[in-house]
Design a protein around this ligand. Structure first.
Ligand code: 3PG
Length: 396
């Protein structure tokens, strides 16, 4: 895979595919601009090297229609502020108007194309659409790690038509950290896996059995594992059809000498809401009408001991329903433990990054991935289609 650093971009038109799929409130105010900040090194490098910048992204899931609330216009404003440069906002991403703007652009100009997903061809990986995009540029740069698990035209097909296709700094950094953590880790390597469903992490769990020394399980998915050990979890959420699968994962882990840790106590509530009555109970004593919504303090202590000797930690998924204050303690305590650890710590996917930011400890984590689905795809041991396309791309 060629890097932006391996190619001369001075005076050239570069089309930089980024992931500006940022969260917004109902008034289209950006509530977290991490993904915009994450690509600034690539954008600044291109500006410093006198390129003409054409930036392309998707936002949300408009399903091939022009949906005003998914316009990238608010992103253009934030980007202009962060880059301290004027950013021209296009009203489309292809077509005669865009071509005209691009043909009049000079070195140092920055253009943000409108949402790629306003065209159904984007998610169909359509060749014609990809070719139209590619015609705008001399060099195509993929710096959109977070969407690189999607076979979309601006990520995959475009590499067939762009004169040269290279990786940006963020994409490289994400892949490098992941490789360090999984392919060649300092051991013990501990995976902390949380979130609500075993089903959404099944492939990741199976794949990680080949790599990790210890598993720590939290979130509602722990209930399915607990069920498989014969524990009664009351009215807690669990996946009935995956109880046997969960049991077989524990069995495989044990056979491979992998330590497998489940909660020993839980914060339980009589109902699923912030006003419900809450108490802490040993895991064997969840009342039949109550539900576990967070790990308890004994589990937090146990997990912090398990992490004491870790040299590498990968964390995906919260320990409980951390959006509700009463059930956020387990996740926040875990952020503290991971942040204080001497291990290389990598956090990604499933809102884990949100929890780290909420706890105000993002500076103390070695690397926070910008990817949700893309990070999970790597955990599953699969390659990212956009990265495969970059690797296969021909060019000088
Ligand atoms: C993400 O936020 O995970 C990426 O931008 C991909 O978005 P998608 O799941 O809508 O393809």
């Amino acid at each position: 895979m060629k890097s932006i650093k391996d190619t001369a971009i001075s005076g050239k038109k570069v089309l930089i595919r980024v992931d500006f799929n940022v969260p917004m409130d109902e008034h289209q105010n950006i509530t977290d601009d991490t993904r915009i900040r994450a690509v600034l090194p690539t954008l600044k490098y291109a500006l410093d090297h006198n390129a003409v910048l054409i930036i392309a992204s998707h936002l949300g899931r408009p399903k091939g229609n022009v949906v005003p609330k998914f316009s990238l216009a608010p992103v253009a404003k934030r980007l202009a502020r962060l880059l301290e440069e004027n950013v021209i906002m296009a009203t489309n991403c292809v077509g005669p108007d865009v071509k005209k703007i691009v043909s009049n652009m000079n070195t140092g100009d920055v253009l943000l194309l409108e949402n790629l997903r306003f065209h159904p061809e984007e998610q169909k990986n359509d060749d014609g659409f990809a070719e139209e995009l590619a015609k705008l540029c001399d060099v195509y740069i993929n710096d959109a790690f977070a969407v690189s698990h999607r076979s979309n035209a601006s990520l995959v097909a475009i590499t067939k038509y762009a004169p040269l296709s290279v990786a940006g700094f963020l994409l490289q950094k994400e892949l490098d950290y992941f490789k360090k953590a999984i392919a060649d880790p300092k051991r013990p390597l501990v995976a902390i896996i949380g979130g609500s469903k075993v089903s959404s992490k099944l492939e990741a769990l199976e794949n990680m059995l080949k790599h990790v020394d210890k598993f720590i399980i939290g979130g509602a998915m722990a209930n399915t594992f607990l069920k498989s050990t014969g524990c009664d979890v009351g009215k807690s959420k669990f996946e009935k059809d995956l109880i046997d699968v969960a049991g077989s994962i524990i069995k495989k882990a044990t056979e491979n000498g992998i330590k497998f840790y489940l909660p020993v106590d839980a914060k339980v509530a009589s109902q699923f809401n912030s006003k419900a009555e809450v108490k802490t109970v040993p895991i064997q004593e969840i009342p039949s009408e109550w539900m576990a919504l967070d790990i308890g303090p004994a589990t937090s202590l146990l997990y912090s001991e398990v992490l004491q000797d870790a040299k590498t930690i990968i964390w995906n998924g919260p320990m409980g329903v951390f959006e509700i204050d009463a059930f956020s303690r387990g996740t926040i305590d875990m952020v503290g433990t991971v942040a204080e650890s001497y291990a290389m710590t990598i956090v990604g996917g499933g809102d884990t990054d949100v929890a780290v930011h909420k706890a105000g400890k993002s500076d103390m984590i070695t690397y926070i991935s910008t990817g949700g689905g893309a990070f999970l795809t790597l955990l599953e041991g699969k390659s990212l289609p956009a990265v495969v396309a970059l690797n296969n791309a021909e060019g000088e």
